[in-house]
Every structure is written in structure tokens, then in C-alpha cells.
Design a protein around this ligand. Structure first.
Ligand code: ADP
Length: 332
């Protein structure tokens, strides 16, 4: 595909790990990294359980068949972990030594913001070429339009919203549906618009409970007998249950709450996530071979982009403002 490019001859062996929260499509990315490396006749090793696994020496060389039959599987076959020791310079120094001992001279880190902070420090402190691949259902990573797992999570959450609407409509009920997203509202906003929610509450906009109760009461007066409100997990202190109490107190009507939780993170990745993960995994290896380092490979309207890891974790991804406005207009 890119035989005309000039490749760095220095890189002989790359490592790949998944870190932080798992996301559907991570396996497709691992497969792409392994097979692209093999395509270029470069050795590739999997590091199990993220930075913790690296510190434990859980490093295993992969062949093309090591990643057979994984593209359709959710989660990550490499497993993932959080690692306190990696937060300290001594931990990263030990990690760098272990990589060198295995002869690994380039690293692909598939994960989220936190994992990229760790990757960026490894790069800065030990000059080990490192490249990030965005994998998180929350889609809260600056520098890429989408991250691996977002599309699958949207599809799962939307299916639940559609089902809840059947019940809401049959029983004249108000349902609060809490979706994931940590401190970001990307999942809630998209699922809310796609599910025709009467209101969408996201952390990027302060939640005014009086206004929400008022909106729902007005909707009832206009003849709406059931409503769905999509709530991002970080939108209201105490979450959807606390919000339910506040709305009930003010509006005086019965509210049901459904917290979708971790079901949104599992399951077989969507077509879009598999293709995205295949592209980004491939580009990560191509980037490393072309001398890219200390960057994340992302995607936007230009195609693939390499963004400095420091920019990625220092910036917050903005919410899609026009979509917020659209949601307000369509919710009447
Ligand atoms: P995610 O990558 O999904 O955002 P976390 O925030 O849990 O997940 O980060 C994953 C791992 O990345 C942490 O367990 C830690 O080992 C490493 N990490 C996170 N933040 C830092 C940091 N500031 N410095 C060094 N390593 C970090």
C-alpha cells in the first residue's frame, strides 16, 4: 500500500498494549498493529495488562495467527489494567528497561487520555518512540473526531433507549436514561438526538432542574404523555437517581430511571469501529516506521492525523455545539 515511502530502518521490534478502560474495537486495532508490523517484516510483541503487565514482564511475541478470529470480539484480548507505579518516574524507568531488554524499540499504546499521559512521559523521559491509538467509548479525546468504541457504544445505548420508549409510551411515563461518558456528554448528546429525547443533560452544560421539570410539565400540557430524558453520567451530582428525586419533588410526577452502565462497553464492535480500528492500528505502525513519535494517530475530515500526545491530554474535546442547538429545537 505504501511501498514508495521511506521507512526508518532503525525500528526492528515494536510492542503493543491496551490500557485504561476497554472499548469494543480494541481487538481490531491490535490485529491491525500486529499484521502491519509482520507485513513490514518487523517483530511485534504484545504486552498484556497495560503498563502493569509491562512492569510484570508480561511480554509475548506475536505471529499472524496470534490475532486470528479476534476482530469480532469486544473487550481486549491483551486485557487492560490501571497502574499506579507508572505514575512515578521510577516506574517508567523500570518499564523502559524492560522494553529495552526485550529489544522493543517502538511502542503502540491503545487507550484513553490517562494512558496517553503515561505514554508521553515514557517518550519524553526515555526517548522510546511511542504512538497512541484512541480507544474509549466516551469519545472524549481531543485531536480525533472519533475514538474506537464510540460508535458501538452509541448503538447499544440507542437500542436501550428505543426499548425504554416503548414502555414509556405504553404507560405514560417519564424515563431518565443514564448513559456513560464520565465527564463528557458525547454519548448522551448523540444518543439523545438519535433517540428523539425530550431533554438531554450533559456535563458541558449546567443542569437546571427547575428548567427540566418545567420543560417536561410543558410537554405534558402540549399532549405528550411520555418522555425520555438522556442523562450523561457526569451531568448531575449524585447521578440520575439524585436527579430523579429532584425532578419528582419539583414536578410531582412519577419518574423512572434506567442506568445503562457497563453493558454499553461490551459486545461485538460495529462495522464502523472495526474499520476505524483497522485504519488507526495500521497508521500507528506506518507512523512509527516513518519516524512519528510522541503523537496520537487520529482521524478527522483530512483523513488520518498525527497529534502531539501533550496536545491530546492537555486539551478538552469540545462538545458539538450545533448538535446541542439542534437537539433543543427538535425536542419540542
Ligand atoms: P484511560 O487511558 O482510559 O484514560 P486511565 O486514566 O485510568 O485510563 O489511565 C490508564 C493508566 O495510564 C493509569 O493506570 C496509569 O498507569 C497511566 N497514567 C494515567 N495518568 C498518568 C499520568 N499523569 N502520568 C503517568 N501515567 C499515567
Amino acid at each position: 500500500m505504501s511501498s514508495a515511502r521511506l521507512y526508518s530502518t532503525a525500528m526492528k521490534h515494536i510492542g503493543v498494549l491496551t490500557s485504561g478502560g476497554d472499548a469494543p474495537g480494541m481487538n481490531a486495532a491490535i490485529r491491525a498493529v500486529v499484521r502491519t508490523a509482520i507485513h513490514h517484516q518487523i517483530r511485534v510483541s504484545a504486552i498484556y495488562r497495560g503498563y502493569q503487565g509491562l512492569l510484570d514482564g508480561d511480554v509475548h511475541e506475536m505471529g499472524p495467527r496470534s490475532v486470528a478470529n479476534i476482530i469480532q470480539r469486544g473487550g481486549t484480548i491483551l486485557r487492560t489494567a490501571r497502574c499506579k507505579e507508572w505514575m512515578k518516574p521510577e516506574g517508567r524507568a523500570r518499564g523502559a528497561d524492560i522494553l529495552k531488554r526485550h529489544g522493543i524499540d517502538g511502542l503502540v499504546v491503545i487507550g484513553g487520555d490517562g494512558s496517553f499521559r503515561g505514554a508521553s512521559k515514557l517518550q519524553e523521559e526515555h526517548a522510546i518512540p511511542t504512538i497512541g491509538v484512541p480507544g474509549t467509548i466516551d469519545n472524549d479525546i481531543y485531536g480525533t473526531d472519533v475514538s474506537i468504541g464510540f460508535n458501538t457504544a452509541l448503538n447499544i445505548a440507542l437500542e436501550s433507549v428505543d426499548r425504554l420508549r416503548d414502555t414509556a409510551a405504553s404507560h405514560d411515563r417519564l424515563f431518565l436514561v443514564e448513559v456513560m461518558g464520565r465527564n463528557s456528554g458525547h454519548i448522551a448528546l448523540n444518543v439523545g438526538v438519535a433517540g428523539g429525547a425530550e431533554a438531554i443533560l450533559i456535563p458541558e452544560r449546567p443542569v437546571d432542574v427547575d428548567a427540566v421539570a418545567d420543560t417536561l410539565a410543558q410537554a405534558e400540557r402540549r399532549g405528550k404523555t411520555s418522555s425520555i430524558v438522556v442523562v450523561a453520567e457526569g451531568a448531575f451530582p449524585g447521578g440520575a437517581i439524585a436527579l430523579q428525586r429532584s425532578i419528582q419533588e419539583r414536578a410531582g410526577f412519577d419518574v423512572r430511571t434506567s442506568i445503562l452502565g457497563h453493558v454499553q462497553r461490551g459486545g461485538s464492535p460495529s462495522t464502523r469501529d472495526r474499520v476505524l480500528a483497522s485504519r488507526l492500528g495500521y497508521m500507528a505502525v506506518e507512523g512509527l516506521l516513518n519516524g512519528e513519535q510522541g503523537v496520537m494517530v487520529g482521524t478527522d475530515k483530512r483523513g488520518h492525523v498525527f497529534v502531539p500526545l501533550d496536545d491530546v491530554w492537555e486539551n478538552e474535546k469540545p462538545i458539538d455545539e450545533p448538535l446541542v442547538e439542534l437537539a433543543n429545537i427538535l425536542a419540542v
